[in-house]
Write a protein that binds this ligand. Structure first.
Ligand code: PA5
Length: 409
């Protein structure tokens, strides 16, 4: 495994981790069995659909030819994987700008997007598995009307791609009747595990990310022999933290490009584990910025949390400071000093700290990380005895919101 997982500062013994192995192994076996619902993402990296990959790359080329701006309309699992990767990873110079909608009910946000839509050649990509999420419906109907004002109905239809369920939902019906280009979110993969399906891959490809390398990374992680040794220890450690009364997992980054990965992790962990009164509340911090605020709480505040640091080990670019007291040091020298200094200080305060080291911030290693986090999260949820793949709370709020909207009428 090219990811390096270091749990030596978790304040757990080797025996405690080893005791969790049998249950974690059987959870992993269940994920791989092909018999558990919504586990299509587990084996997907091993059966890469080359024809689909080509279709996605062709669709991305088409969008890049016709547009300078792609507005992706999606929420939750239907946009976070793409958004996080686009913020984090290097892009080719053929990329176009990708913006997101469907993530709020703010008129000013949509007014600004529509202003851009009228200034730049634009395409829309609507992603919704169910097809009836209100944020998505509202943004799509608003932006589609603006597109029709600009391009007319026929050309607008040529500038819309949908990614939705194969059969059900209003978006599928509309796709068929309007003749939009379309891709499917597989039936057996839920929103928050869909980053490496068309839902994540098409926007990433348009943004110039090497999606083939990303999938190769996921494949390398899926078949890594490390799962038989220490690959599951992070999942076991998280479960043990919960049992020890820790309520919060603070996930920390030392590279601002990973901040949105934190949003993706919050969705993955929060929605997979937070049910039946269980789960760790996932929080994220961006260092060094937040050391100047929450750093104080971490070190001396209420110890209801443990930390998981996601760090990048090697950088191609290391800019040197040319003058002053730090002359000759690079920004990464300072970042490494921050990492080691904070670790020492937090160890002294008795905070359990897990480390996940990514060798480089490129598509290959990022694909490894995504697969590792998805699998670890599913295993922890199973160890907590909750279903990692349902979201009854989210569905409940969606139903109540539809009712509240009807009452408004
Ligand atoms: O992970 C999930 O299942 C959710 O976050 C959904 O992705 C989100 O609610 C959007 O749902 P849909 O894709 O059906 O519009």
């Amino acid at each position: 495994m090219e990811l390096n997982i270091n749990l030596e500062n978790m304040r757990l013994t080797a025996e405690e981790l080893a005791a969790g192995k049998p249950d974690a192994s059987s959870a992993l076996d269940r994920l791989w069995s092909g018999r558990e619902p919504m586990t299509g993402w587990v084996q997907a990296p091993l059966h890469r659909d080359e024809a689909l990959l080509e279709e996605l790359l062709n669709a991305a080329d088409l969008i890049k030819e016709q547009a300078e701006l792609l507005i992706v309309i999606g929420v939750g699992g239907s946009y976070m994987g793409a958004k996080a990767a686009i913020e984090a990873l290097p892009k080719t110079d053929t990329a176009i700008d990708v913006k997101f909608a469907g993530i709020n009910f703010c008129s000013e946000y949509h007014r600004q997007l529509s202003e851009e839509l009228h200034k730049k050649e634009t395409a829309l990509c609507v992603i919704s598995k169910s097809g009836n999420t209100l944020e998505i419906r509202a943004a799509f109907d608003f932006l589609k009307a603006e597109m029709i004002k600009k391009y007319g109905a026929e050309e607008t239809a040529e500038r819309i791609v949908t990614i939705t369920d194969r059969e059900t939902g209003s978006l599928r019906a509309e796709t068929e009747s309007e003749g939009y280009l379309s891709f499917e979110v597989p039936d057996d993969i839920g929103g928050r595990y869909s980053a490496m399906t068309p839902a994540g891959l098409l926007p990433m490809a348009v943004a110039g990310i090497d999606i083939r390398a990303l999938l190769e990374g996921a494949e390398a992680m899926a078949v890594s022999p490390a799962w038989d040794t220490n690959g599951m220890d992070y999942a076991i450690a998280r479960k043990l933290m919960m049992e020890r009364g820790k309520k919060i997992e603070v996930v920390e980054f030392y590279d601002p490009r990973l901040n949105y990965l934190g949003e993706w992790i919050k969705q993955l962990y929060g929605e997979s584990e937070g049910k039946e009164g269980k789960g760790l509340f996932p929080a994220t911090l961006s260092f060094s910025r937040d050391l100047h605020s929450m750093g104080q709480f971490l070190q001396q505040g209420s110890q209801i949390f443990f930390e998981t640091v996601i760090a990048v080990d090697e950088y191609d670019l290391e800019l040197e400071i040319p003058q002053g007291p730090l002359k000759g040091k690079t920004f990464e020298d300072l970042n490494r000093a921050a990492f080691h200094g904070v670790l020492e200080a937090h160890k002294k305060s008795g905070i359990p700290v897990a480390e996940i080291h990514l060798l480089r911030l490129d598509a290959l290693h990022y694909g490894q990380l995504l697969y590792f986090l998805e699998t670890s999260c599913a295993v922890t949820a199973m160890l907590m005895d909750v279903d990692p793949f349902d979201q009854p709370g989210v569905e409940d709020y969606k139903r109540e919101m539809h009712r509240a909207l009807e009452r408004e009428d």
